[in-house]
Design a protein around this ligand. Structure first.
Ligand code: CA
Length: 225
């Protein structure tokens, strides 16, 4: 299920869009200001963000600029001002598309589908993930430390891949559980700790490395060394 974050201070619009998106089968979160939106985007992986430009405090373009420092999630800007300047600035700052308010919901849905289709098709499928001497090839499902191949189980591989894809971001246990074990996993978050131990035993101890850092009471992070 694709996850969409709406950052929009006009609650009526945000609720309306949320209902329509949920009806289309998307999973939706809302934020009513820029700071809250950024915090959500940092804490949870989204497939797309709808970002209003006119927000109190931190405006949409500033939110976008900060977002791009840690994420390449697709963004569609919502703008009330149909001016050329806004569009150009928005697209220059790394938005994928924009839509002018008031918009027909059908048009918004079509643009969301188009942006999601584009990111799915251009997703760098062969991109090798790496940090320090550790390399992970998601296509070949291979993991190496230096030149040494390391055997990982499917879960271990998926967990390491997700941590590397979100390098430098603290990932909560709940988020890891949700993404790697699935939304309807019925169990304890300490299964995450168990698998982190497995990864450490395979990747850290034998090579004398420190890869995965524990953020006490929160979760785990892989930092770019
Ligand atoms: Ca607004």
């Amino acid at each position: 299920m694709e996850r969409i974050l709406i950052i929009e201070d006009e609650e009526k619009i945000a609720r309306f869009v949320e209902l329509e998106l949920e009806f289309e089968g998307y999973q939706v979160e809302k934020a009513f200001d820029g700071r809250e939106g950024l915090a959500l985007a940092k804490a949870h992986p989204f497939d797309l963000i709808l970002l209003d430009i006119m927000l109190p405090g931190l405006n949409g373009l500033e939110v976008l600029r900060r977002l791009r420092q840690f994420s390449s999630v697709p963004v569609i800007l919502l703008t009330a001002r149909d001016t050329v300047v806004d569009k150009v600035t928005g697209l220059d700052s790394g938005a994928d598309d924009y839509i002018t308010k008031p918009f027909a919901i059908e048009e918004l849905l079509a643009r969301i589908r188009a942006v999601l289709r584009k990111t799915r098709n251009t997703a760098p499928a062969s991109a090798v993930l790496a940090t320090g001497s550790i390399r992970l090839d998601p296509v070949r499902r291979e993991c190496t430390v230096g030149k040494e191949p390391v055997e990982l189980t499917k879960r271990e591989f998926d967990l390491l891949q997700f941590l590397l894809e979100n390098k430098n971001i603290v990932l909560k246990r709940e988020v890891l559980l949700e993404r790697i074990w699935g939304y309807d996993f019925e169990g304890e978050t300490n299964v995450v700790d168990v698998y982190i131990r497995y990864l450490r035993a395979k990747l850290e101890k034998p090579f004398g490395l420190k890869l995965i850092h524990t953020v006490r009471g929160v979760g785990y992070i892989i930092k770019d060394e």
